[in-house]
Design a protein around this ligand. Sequence first.
Ligand SMILES: [Zn+2]
Length: 459
Amino acid sequence: MPVPPESNEDQPCALLVHGASAVVSWDPEAPVDADAVAVHGGRVLAVGRASELRRRYTPAGELDAKGGVVAPGFVDAHVHPVFASGRAEEFDWRAQGVDYLEIARRGGGILSSVRAVRAAPEDALTDTVVGHFRRMMRHGTTACEAKSGYGLDPESERKSLRVVAAAAARTGMTVYPTFLGAHTVPEEHRDVPDRYVDLLCEEMLPQAREDGIARAADVFIEQGAFTLEQGRRYCERAKELGFALRVHADQFHALGAVEMAVELEAESVDHLEALTDAGLEALAMSGRTWAGLLPAVPHFLRQKADAPARKLIAAGVPWFVATDFNPGSCYTPSLPEAAHFARVRLNLGAEEALRGVTEFAAASLGAADRGHLRPAPQETWSCSTCRTPSTSATRSARTRCAPWSRPARSSSSRRRCQALPRPPRRGPAAARAARPSRRSQRGAPRAARRAHAPAAYPG
Ligand SMILES: [Zn+2]
């Protein structure tokens, strides 16, 4: 005979969400026929049948899901939100066969985004990023990684990360900021790119660390961006400073970036459309570096090649799905749309795709309090609802999801922005002593395997 549920009337319950056709909690203990969630103080108290939860709690408020699916708030683990204007016209140009040199001549490409961010006043740029976050939230995203990377000089990169924090505070988006000063080599350093790597390692990364406004550092290792040797130098310096590492790797060419990232215990390697068997083996042996799958990007770039998702999953590599929302190669801020592309292009199952944009994406950011609806002692509550009896991942790009309840407002804006704690100030001598010596080339670059010609370096 089943034991009657324990009465818990003394425990306050602020909200009972009920009437769901399903509750996606990723909790193996949750009943399979759950249609309700009890919440208080940002914490999930319980997932179960509404009738049972009403016996256990006296909720102060109720919300009718009206037959929608209640899922964890979506977590976008690869986003470039700090741009001043879109470059959708490049999509048309590529469709007409215009190559990347001509796109650059017409004023397009990644460096056009850099010029726009540098020129934008901080308040205006913040307003723009607030708009980007609100669009993401309308599609169910409640937390995201947010990269800088369109400033590419010391002050513009700092400005970009300040903008991320300000936009997070204004919107309620939970943000995991990433320093991407190594997105590409800016125009003023194109003649001697190593000087820009020097600037990154000796000034910009330490400044970002001291400011405490980024938790991770990222680099784009690719022909036309940074070499493997430059990327290694940058990553080693970032790791030494205490940043988590996230790496744009094997998007168009396999240059050994995946193997290098695994060696340095990077948090994630993202893109992987040109992943080699050696890279796959390195990831499988590691088991701790996440594979970031960004299937909307090949769609917008009209590429045939996709990341080998099924091979990665079969090899036991941890993985997640993200948008890569940016002005050049991914115009959608919608994780349901990215999940749809993961279904169509990467052959993921519906549950896999949904897990990839919730639990797995959060775990890749070290955010154990996000991406699930499991009862927990800390704040975990953020949910999205999908107006469909099936999961959002099975729907087309037309699916609209909305965050019902943003994380509790008890957090300060600083806490909302999950950055590194500010380190103690160091004197110039200590800073010089901590600087790495210029390393000789380690691990000659692997022979590049050309996966397909990039139409442009469009990120
Ligand atoms: Zn990216």
